[in-house]
Design a protein around this ligand. Structure first.
Ligand code: P6P
Length: 336
């Protein structure tokens, strides 16, 4: 197959959307450069002493691992100099990240999780970078928090990089979902998965069943449904849970299935579950809907949630449309 680079694909999209300008293409290419550098560091992590903990605790109250910090620093350094952003927000940083005055500014906002799945770093399980791109709502001046706290339906683009057996980039700009695989010999992401469509219904469910005793009834009914049989017509789903959101999501996007991170009663400070709306749920919800799937918090589409706080969390049911609708039906029953 003729090799198509991301740049070519973006230019095709740019031609198709008169609104798109070369600036957006440049923005995505800057992010790709940052991801290539992160990929290089992740892939040699075992050889250089950058595994393990830094001893710091991030805004999420999680221990910061050296690769987390490194990835966060690389992305911030590169994207501050891209001349296309007016602000950034990272899962690792409590507040908005300003663009220093000495660098050119643009009207895009980048929200990202620099290295999701970081607890898996030291055991060589695939991890990833998740990104969401918004456009500011005011013309100029300092970026206000309400310009950043836009609902997921307003995203201009979203996607992720997955650092696994190969490094891939999967993204959408509202014109379908496309997957690219990094060819390290030329340092280019080449189109490997054009127009990804998630199967309407899967055979896999992904959830941490260890939290069973902390779940509410609708969650228990949903999980019980996926593992049950029904007078032999319906076989149970298989449980696949890597504990790395990007990896679990990517497998289900390509092969079908549902990923669930419901709310649970373990931590009263986190009543809505562990995953973050702005830098995890929103970007993956945009990708999955563009691929024909669905994403819900149990009551509404993830992309309809009006954010009130940069690091707010949300329950997440995401994947094949029929499976998500089935899971959500148990919440609807409860609220009926
Ligand atoms: P648990 C990784 O820390 C992460 O944020 C996601 O990548 C992953 O899906 C989830 O947490 C796993 O959480 O509570 O099942 O260990």
């Amino acid at each position: 197959m003729r090799q198509i680079t991301v740049t070519e694909q973006l230019l095709i999209h740019q031609k198709a959307s008169p609104m798109a300008t070369g600036r957006f293409t440049r923005l995505l290419n800057e992010l790709i450069l940052a991801a290539k550098i992160v990929s290089r560091e992740v892939n040699k992590a075992g050889l250089v002493n950058i595994l393990g903990l830094t001893g710091d605790i991030n805004i999420q109250g999680e221990q910061v691992r050296k690769l987390d910090e490194m990835a966060n620093g690389i992305i911030i350094h590169r994207m501050q100099r891209a001349g296309l952003l007016c602000a950034m927000a990272s899962e690792e940083n409590a507040d908005l990240i300003e663009i220093p005055p000495q660098f050119a500014h643009g009207d895009y906002i980048l929200i990202f999780d620099p290295l999701d799945g970081s607890t898996n770093i030291d055991v060589n399980v695939s991890i990833g970078t998740i990104f969401s791109i918004l456009r500011r709502t005011h013309e100029e001046g300092p970026v206000s928090s309400e310009e950043v706290l836009q609902k997921g339906d307003h995203q201009v683009a979203a996607g992720y990089f997955i650092y696994g057996s190969s490094t891939m980039m999967v993204y959408t700009t509202g014109d379908g979902v496309h997957g690219f695989t990094l060819d390290p010999s030329v340092g280019e992401f080449l189109l490997s998965h054009p127009n990804i469509r998630i199967p309407e219904k899967g055979k896999v469910y992904s959830v941490n069943e260890g939290y069973w005793n902390y779940w509410d009834e609708p969650t228990k009914k949903a999980v019980s449904y996926f593992k049950s049989t029904d007078n032999k017509k319906r076989k149970p789903y298989s449980l696949r849970y890597i504990g790395s959101l990007v990896s679990d999501f990517h497998r289900n996007l390509l092969s079908g299935g549902i990923f669930m991170y419901p709310k649970d009663s373990r931590d009263p400070k986190k009543p809505s579950g562990k995953l973050r709306l702005m830098c995890e749920a929103n970007p993956l919800a945009y990708v999955v809907e563009q691929a024909g799937g669905a994403a819900s918090d149990g009551e509404k589409r993830i992309l309809e949630i009006e954010p009130y706080e940069l690091h707010q969390r949300t329950p997440l049911f995401i994947g094949s449309k029929e499976d998500v609708f089935k899971a959500v039906s148990f919440y609807r029953e409860q609220n009926a």
